[in-house]
Design a binder for this molecule. Structure first.
Ligand code: FES
Ligand code: FES
Length: 180
Protein backbone atom coordinates (compact mmCIF):
# COMPACT_ATOMS: atom_id res chain seq x y z
CA UNK A 1 0.00 0.00 0.00
CA UNK A 2 1.13 3.50 -0.75
CA UNK A 3 1.43 5.81 2.23
CA UNK A 4 2.39 9.43 2.60
CA UNK A 5 3.64 10.44 6.00
CA UNK A 6 5.55 13.39 7.40
CA UNK A 7 8.37 12.28 9.68
CA UNK A 8 10.41 14.86 11.57
CA UNK A 9 9.21 17.54 9.18
CA UNK A 10 9.99 15.72 5.96
CA UNK A 11 7.28 14.18 3.81
CA UNK A 12 7.81 10.65 2.56
CA UNK A 13 5.78 8.56 0.15
CA UNK A 14 6.48 4.84 0.24
CA UNK A 15 5.02 1.46 -0.56
CA UNK A 16 4.67 -0.63 2.58
CA UNK A 17 3.23 -4.01 3.35
CA UNK A 18 -0.12 -3.76 5.13
CA UNK A 19 1.31 -5.72 8.05
CA UNK A 20 4.41 -3.56 8.53
CA UNK A 21 4.63 -1.92 11.92
CA UNK A 22 5.35 1.79 12.18
CA UNK A 23 8.48 1.12 14.24
CA UNK A 24 9.94 -1.06 11.48
CA UNK A 25 9.00 1.47 8.80
CA UNK A 26 10.78 4.20 10.77
CA UNK A 27 13.87 2.15 11.48
CA UNK A 28 14.28 0.01 8.39
CA UNK A 29 12.94 2.30 5.69
CA UNK A 30 13.75 5.76 7.01
CA UNK A 31 16.79 4.93 9.14
CA UNK A 32 15.28 6.47 12.27
CA UNK A 33 17.11 4.04 14.53
CA UNK A 34 16.77 6.26 17.58
CA UNK A 35 13.36 4.67 17.96
CA UNK A 36 14.21 1.29 19.41
CA UNK A 37 12.48 -2.03 19.86
CA UNK A 38 12.60 -3.37 23.38
CA UNK A 39 9.80 -5.89 23.56
CA UNK A 40 7.71 -5.76 20.35
CA UNK A 41 4.67 -6.46 22.53
CA UNK A 42 3.67 -2.89 23.50
CA UNK A 43 4.89 -3.31 27.07
CA UNK A 44 8.17 -1.39 27.38
CA UNK A 45 7.58 1.95 25.64
CA UNK A 46 11.07 2.12 24.12
CA UNK A 47 9.50 2.57 20.67
CA UNK A 48 7.44 5.62 21.68
CA UNK A 49 7.03 8.32 19.03
CA UNK A 50 4.52 11.10 18.53
CA UNK A 51 1.74 10.57 16.03
CA UNK A 52 -0.08 13.83 15.30
CA UNK A 53 1.26 15.23 18.54
CA UNK A 54 0.46 12.38 20.88
CA UNK A 55 2.72 9.63 22.11
CA UNK A 56 2.13 6.14 20.75
CA UNK A 57 4.03 2.91 21.01
CA UNK A 58 5.08 2.53 17.41
CA UNK A 59 5.22 -1.26 17.71
CA UNK A 60 1.47 -1.20 18.23
CA UNK A 61 0.69 0.94 15.18
CA UNK A 62 0.74 -0.16 11.57
CA UNK A 63 2.65 2.02 9.14
CA UNK A 64 -0.51 2.36 7.06
CA UNK A 65 -2.26 3.86 10.08
CA UNK A 66 0.22 6.74 9.93
CA UNK A 67 -0.86 7.61 6.38
CA UNK A 68 -1.57 11.31 6.17
CA UNK A 69 -0.16 11.94 9.64
CA UNK A 70 2.79 13.66 11.21
CA UNK A 71 5.27 11.56 13.14
CA UNK A 72 7.98 12.95 15.38
CA UNK A 73 10.84 10.75 16.53
CA UNK A 74 13.68 11.40 18.94
CA UNK A 75 15.75 12.46 15.93
CA UNK A 76 13.33 15.28 15.19
CA UNK A 77 13.60 17.02 18.55
CA UNK A 78 16.88 18.90 18.44
CA UNK A 79 16.83 22.11 16.48
CA UNK A 80 19.71 24.10 15.11
CA UNK A 81 22.12 21.88 17.03
CA UNK A 82 20.35 22.57 20.31
CA UNK A 83 18.81 19.79 22.33
CA UNK A 84 15.14 19.87 23.18
CA UNK A 85 14.73 21.01 26.82
CA UNK A 86 13.67 17.50 27.86
CA UNK A 87 16.74 16.00 26.18
CA UNK A 88 18.90 18.57 27.92
CA UNK A 89 17.28 17.84 31.28
CA UNK A 90 17.93 14.10 30.89
CA UNK A 91 21.56 14.93 30.19
CA UNK A 92 21.85 17.38 33.07
CA UNK A 93 20.24 15.03 35.59
CA UNK A 94 22.10 11.88 34.55
CA UNK A 95 18.76 10.33 33.74
CA UNK A 96 20.17 7.47 31.76
CA UNK A 97 22.39 4.50 32.37
CA UNK A 98 22.51 2.25 29.32
CA UNK A 99 20.19 4.70 27.55
CA UNK A 100 18.07 2.08 25.83
CA UNK A 101 14.81 3.36 27.28
CA UNK A 102 15.79 7.02 26.92
CA UNK A 103 14.29 7.91 23.52
CA UNK A 104 10.92 6.50 24.50
CA UNK A 105 11.09 8.11 27.94
CA UNK A 106 11.79 11.51 26.40
CA UNK A 107 9.01 11.23 23.84
CA UNK A 108 6.57 10.18 26.55
CA UNK A 109 7.77 12.94 28.89
CA UNK A 110 7.19 15.62 26.23
CA UNK A 111 3.62 14.42 25.77
CA UNK A 112 3.16 14.34 29.53
CA UNK A 113 4.40 17.92 29.89
CA UNK A 114 2.12 19.08 27.08
CA UNK A 115 -0.83 17.86 29.14
CA UNK A 116 0.54 18.89 32.52
CA UNK A 117 3.26 21.57 32.47
CA UNK A 118 3.85 21.31 36.22
CA UNK A 119 3.58 17.68 37.28
CA UNK A 120 4.45 16.60 40.80
CA UNK A 121 6.49 13.46 41.33
CA UNK A 122 3.44 11.22 41.45
CA UNK A 123 2.13 12.68 38.20
CA UNK A 124 5.47 12.08 36.47
CA UNK A 125 5.61 8.51 37.68
CA UNK A 126 2.03 7.94 36.57
CA UNK A 127 2.69 9.53 33.18
CA UNK A 128 5.73 7.36 32.55
CA UNK A 129 4.37 4.10 33.90
CA UNK A 130 4.04 2.62 30.42
CA UNK A 131 7.77 3.04 29.85
CA UNK A 132 10.14 0.59 31.46
CA UNK A 133 13.78 1.22 32.34
CA UNK A 134 15.77 -1.97 32.61
CA UNK A 135 18.45 -0.12 34.53
CA UNK A 136 15.78 1.01 37.02
CA UNK A 137 17.02 4.58 36.81
CA UNK A 138 13.64 6.01 37.58
CA UNK A 139 14.74 8.43 40.30
CA UNK A 140 16.79 10.60 37.99
CA UNK A 141 14.29 10.27 35.17
CA UNK A 142 11.62 11.77 37.41
CA UNK A 143 14.03 14.51 38.44
CA UNK A 144 14.81 15.24 34.79
CA UNK A 145 11.18 15.53 33.78
CA UNK A 146 10.45 17.92 36.64
CA UNK A 147 13.57 19.92 35.79
CA UNK A 148 12.43 20.10 32.16
CA UNK A 149 9.02 21.31 33.30
CA UNK A 150 10.72 24.08 35.23
CA UNK A 151 12.97 25.01 32.30
CA UNK A 152 10.08 25.05 29.84
CA UNK A 153 7.92 27.38 31.90
CA UNK A 154 7.29 30.70 30.17
CA UNK A 155 9.91 33.17 31.29
CA UNK A 156 12.32 30.48 32.41
CA UNK A 157 15.01 31.87 30.15
CA UNK A 158 15.57 33.62 26.85
CA UNK A 159 16.66 30.49 25.00
CA UNK A 160 13.94 28.18 26.22
CA UNK A 161 10.60 27.95 24.51
CA UNK A 162 7.57 25.89 25.30
CA UNK A 163 8.01 23.18 22.77
CA UNK A 164 5.28 21.17 21.22
CA UNK A 165 6.12 19.67 17.89
CA UNK A 166 7.49 18.97 15.50
CA UNK A 167 10.71 20.59 16.66
CA UNK A 168 12.19 20.78 13.20
CA UNK A 169 12.43 23.07 10.25
CA UNK A 170 9.65 22.62 7.71
CA UNK A 171 11.62 24.15 4.87
CA UNK A 172 13.17 20.93 3.62
CA UNK A 173 10.25 19.10 2.16
CA UNK A 174 11.14 15.91 0.40
CA UNK A 175 8.92 13.36 -1.18
CA UNK A 176 10.61 10.07 -1.65
CA UNK A 177 9.47 7.24 -3.77
CA UNK A 178 10.56 3.65 -4.06
CA UNK A 179 13.75 2.41 -2.52
CA UNK A 180 16.26 4.56 -0.74
S1 FES B 1 9.01 -2.20 21.61
FE1 FES B 1 7.14 -1.14 21.58
S2 FES B 1 6.49 -1.16 23.63
FE2 FES B 1 8.30 -2.35 23.67
S1 FES C 1 18.80 3.54 31.13
FE1 FES C 1 19.02 1.45 30.66
S2 FES C 1 17.03 0.80 30.17
FE2 FES C 1 16.76 2.75 31.00
Amino acid sequence: MRITVTVDGIEYADDVEPRQLLVHYLRDKLGKVGTVVGCDTSNCGSCTVHLDGHSVKSCSVLAVQAHGSEVTTIEGLARDGKLHPVQQAFHDNHALQCGFCTPGMIMQAIDLLADNPDPDEAAVRHGLEGNLCRCTGYQNIVKAVRDAAHQMRPGAGPDVERVSEPHVSRTKSQVSGGER
